[in-house]
Design a protein around this ligand. Structure first.
Ligand SMILES: Nc1ncnc2c1ncn2[C@@H]1O[C@H](COP(=O)(O)OP(=O)(O)OP(=O)(O)O)[C@@H](O)[C@H]1O
Ligand SMILES: [Mg+2]
Length: 232
């Protein structure tokens, strides 16, 4: 399994009240899986993704990425494990405003044993693939929303992670760009990658192999009826 969430729970303890954001959620993803987690605002989607990404330790339950518990690693080792194994795409892009497209794509830096030359070639390949070559030297502020999100996607894939986690990656996009980004995620899964997407956007459903519904921090799983096993 590429990602296993085993009965993970998270409660945020605020100033006055405790919020039970996620309760006993279990999700398993293998190579080539593309799972969409859907649910209304506040149901715990981002919390699930942060826990899956090694960024937020669950109060109980286990997270295993390729069999490794990231929360069992010391902070430095966890950070490098994350940068090798996981690509993260945020809703608000989180591009560095004073770096151009190429520099943003390169910003995760070297991971593992890749040489600088290899990483540079990989960045240029991704920029080409995501139709950004003509914008390579532009700053994020000079890009359209779709171009920004494609830059964020390229950056997430720089180190060829097995697992791609995406939080509302189409939240700011029009129909055409939404389809393009979801198409890229599907293509990544079809090439053997693993995608966990969280969204409230129904347009994501036909792209995913499986949809997990989240409500008040709890899941109900079903197969996506619009997706035939033969097509993926
Ligand atoms: N840092 C925090 N401290 C306290 N409560 C939080 C914190 N982060 C999230 N919450 C609460 O936990 C619950 C789940 O939040 P989460 O961000 O996971 O929801 P979400 O499904 O991603 O929502 P949205 O669709 O609006 O992004 C919400 O009720 C939210 O108010
Ligand atoms: Mg969220």
């Amino acid at each position: 399994m590429v990602l296993q969430l085993e009965q993970v729970s998270k409660t945020y303890v605020g100033h006055s009240t405790a919020v039970h954001a996620v309760s006993d959620v279990s999700i398993e993803l293998g190579a080539g899986d593309f799972v969409a987690v859907q649910g209304p605002s506040g149901c715990g989607k981002s919390t699930v993704l942060l826990m899956a990404g090694g960024l937020l330790q669950p109060d109980s339950g286990n997270v295993l990425i390729g069999g490794t518990n990231p929360y069992g690693l010391p902070p430095d080792a966890r950070a490098s494990f994350r940068s090798i194994s996981i690509g993260f795409v945020f809703q608000q892009f989180h591009l560095v405003p004073y770096l151009n497209v190429l520099e943003n794509v390169l910003s995760p830096g070297l991971a593992g044993t890749n040489s600088p030359e290899h990483v540079r070639q990989r960045a240029e390949h991704l920029i080409e693939h995501f139709r950004l070559a003509h914008r390579q030297d532009h700053l994020p502020g000079e890009l359209s929303s779709g171009e920004r999100q494609r830059t964020a996607l390229a950056r997430a894939l720089l180190n060829s992670p097995q697992l791609l986690l995406a939080d509302e990656p189409t939240g700011n996009l029009d129909r055409e760009n939404t389809d393009a980004v979801l198409g890229y995620l599907k293509e990544f899964a079809e090439s053997g990658g693993t995608v966990l997407l969280v969204t409230h956007d129904d347009r994501a459903v036909p792209f995913a192999k499986r949809t997990v519904h989240l409500r008040d921090g709890r899941t109900t799983n079903h197969m996506n009826p619009g997706f035939s096993a033969a097509s993926g």
